[in-house]
Structures are given as C-alpha cells and as structure tokens.
Design a protein around this ligand. Structure first.
Ligand SMILES: NC(=O)c1ccc[n+]([C@@H]2O[C@H](COP(=O)([O-])OP(=O)(O)OC[C@H]3O[C@@H](n4cnc5c(N)ncnc54)[C@H](OP(=O)(O)O)[C@@H]3O)[C@@H](O)[C@H]2O)c1
Length: 309
C-alpha cells in the first residue's frame, strides 16, 4: 500500500510517499481501509519536532515519539474509512462497517490501510450522514473542544468567548458551546466572520480591527488557538471574566478523552448540531504541500488527505 513516511524530523519535505507492506489483522485487530485523514496542527508540531520550541519540550516530544525520527514513521492520527478485514476474535465490528478514529500517539493514518486493536479507545462507527471526507474533519477539533469545554462547565445562558473560532478546535468549540446553551462571542479575522456566524456565533469580534471591546464580561473565555497566537484584543479578553468566570486555553493541560466521546460526537453530527468545516483537500502525494499550508496557521477548520484505491 501507499503511505507517507516521516523520514526524520524537519521541514514538510521529510514526508515521503512510499510503498510499504499491507497490514494484516491479528486475532483481536481490525484493518481499516482509510478513505480520508486529517492534517492537523499536532501533525505539524510532531513532524517539525517544534524547532522553535523550548529545549525541554523538544526533549519530551522525542522521549514520547522517538529520538532521531518518529518511532512510528507513518504520521496522521485522524481517519475515516471502512473495516476491510477482521481477526477471528473481533466482535465489535464487521467487514464493511464505516468507522472513524483518533489514533493518538499510535499515528498511522497517512496510509491506505491501518491495523488497530478492536479495543482502541477512540475507534467507533462513523456518522451515517457524512461522507468519509466530512467525517475525518470532525474528531480532532471536536474531541479537543469537548475535552476543554467540559472543564468550562458551561451553563445555559453563560456568556462564552471563543478566541480563534475559525480553526479546527475553534469551529468545533463554537458549535459545542452553543449547543451547551452558551451565548457565544467568536473571535476571528475579517475573512472568517461569515464562517463563524454561520456556525451559530451570537456575536463576532474581529481581532484585526478591535483592540478594546466595550467592557463585556464572560463566564467562560476559551482560547482555542493556544498561547503562541495572540493579539491586543486577546490580551484584554483573557481577563474579561465575571466573578466566577473561567479562562481556559487549549495549551493549558493534556486533553482527556473518554471512550464514549466519539459516540457523543456522532450523536451531535447526526442531529445536525455539529457540522464539519473543510478548508482544503489534498491527495496523499501532496502531503508536503498540505503540511506547508497547515503550518502557516491560518486554515479554516480542517485540511484533509483523501486516499484513492
Ligand atoms: N493541549 C494539547 O494537547 C493540544 C493539542 C492540540 C492542539 N493544541 C493547541 O491548539 C492550537 C489550535 O489548534 P487548531 O488545530 O485548532 O489550529 P488551526 O486549525 O491551525 O488554527 C487555525 C486558525 O487560527 C487562527 N489564528 C491564527 N492566529 C491567530 C491569532 N493571533 N488570533 C486569533 N486567531 C488566530 C486562524 O484564523 P485567521 O486566519 O483568521 O487568523 C485560523 O483559522 C494548536 O496550535 C496548539 O497550540 C493543544
């Protein structure tokens, strides 16, 4: 099969498409024919081994992922596709089932096929109302948004500010916060104002134009773009909290995922509450180009690799 292999840490060109052995399922495994995979900010972070990051972060990454190059050289952690074969003890899935998954540090999604244990924590039936491309655009942003917004404990009527509402996590957070009953103010640049409005934001602030908003206070301020991305508006808004207000950043802590998270997201998608936002699609052979684009840090929602037969 074809796969994009990360030959070492470095610029996008270290990703090379090669022929590798097809996986075969062990007794408790499934083999998934991957139809679409997401290219995420985390993939870029790992491929580049954050050359501009602090030394301690660079060392930690290498301990977990591999010292000279990723131990698991096929990157990509989000997939949508169908079960192609199963081991003799598998009971949860049948051949032909449509699934989606977030494989975390197992990676392996920039490939035509992947073998996973059927017990993989974040492997589940995909939503019935989405194509494979659309399905692959949900898990990364929505699982992270779900994890961080759980900590925010949004109550009906809460004023919720989502800073960076147009990225993978921001587009999902805007929709999930709205569904939780929040009155959502979304912050983005001029080009993305219509997008975040269409996702349900009650108010929109343009961080390229506004510097001092008119004194509003928020019950929840959620920084969906991380600490390295800021603006004069963000500096003001991070402290614009009510007395009980909570300020949460995606970079604060390691996200926590529950085994039931993908099923919860499938429910939201099938009910029309959560919808995918896709910026660009690339073929596997264009993986370096896809990384170059994601690395710029201005994608709208999600970037996908689509995998042909
Ligand atoms: N804790 C963890 O384990 C963990 C895991 C994954 C990700 N993260 C963090 O989450 C961040 C976001 O991930 P993501 O996948 O959602 O990113 P993303 O999709 O690449 O975000 C892109 C969006 O960021 C917006 N943006 C860029 N600079 C901005 C600024 N100064 N102010 C406001 N918006 C800005 C862009 O909007 P414009 O084009 O309009 O500027 C673009 O729409 C990552 O960079 C990382 O820091 C943390």
């Amino acid at each position: 099969m074809k796969a994009a292999v990360c030959t070492r840490y470095g610029p996008p060109e270290v990703l090379q498409v090669r022929d590798v052995d097809d996986p075969f399922p062990g007794s408790n495994d499934v083999v998934i024919r991957i139809r679409a995979a997401a290219v995420t900010a985390s993939d870029v972070f790992i491929r580049s081994a954050i050359p501009s990051g602090r030394l301690v972060m660079r060392l930690l990454l290498r301990v977990f992922v591999g010292f000279r190059r990723p131990r698991r050289p096929i990157l990509g952690a989000v997939l949508a596709g169908e079960i192609e074969s199963i081991g003799k003890n598998v009971t949860r899935f049948r051949v032909g089932d449509r699934v989606w998954a977030f494989t975390l540090l197992r990676f392996g999604c920039y490939a035509q096929r992947i073998r996973l244990p059927e017990t993989t924590k974040l492997l589940a039936p995909a939503p019935s109302n989405l194509t494979d491309d659309e399905a692959a655009a949900i898990p990364y942003g929505a699982l992270l948004a779900l994890s961080f917004l759980r900590r925010a404990r949004i109550q009906r009527g809460d004023q919720v500010l989502v800073y960076g509402a147009s990225g993978a996590i921001g587009t999902a957070a805007t929709q999930i916060a709205k569904h939780a009953g929040g009155m959502v103010t979304a912050v983005c640049s001029t080009a993305n104002v219509e997008l975040v409005r269409a996702l349900g934001a009650d108010a929109v602030l343009d961080y390229t134009k506004e510097k001092t908003p008119a004194g509003a206070l928020y019950d929840v301020v959620f920084d969906a773009v991380g600490r390295r991305k800021t603006s004069p508006l963000k500096e003001v808004l991070t402290n614009a909290l009510t007395r009980e207000g909570r300020s949460i950043s995606v970079d604060d802590r390691t996200p926590r995922f529950e085994r039931t998270d993908l099923d919860e997201l499938r429910g939201l998608v099938e009910a029309g509450i959560l919808r995918p936002v896709i910026d660009r699609r690339y073929a596997l052979e264009q993986i370096a180009e896809a990384h170059r684009y994601v690395e710029q840090g201005h994608k709208k929602g999600n970037v996908l690799i689509t995998l042909a037969d």
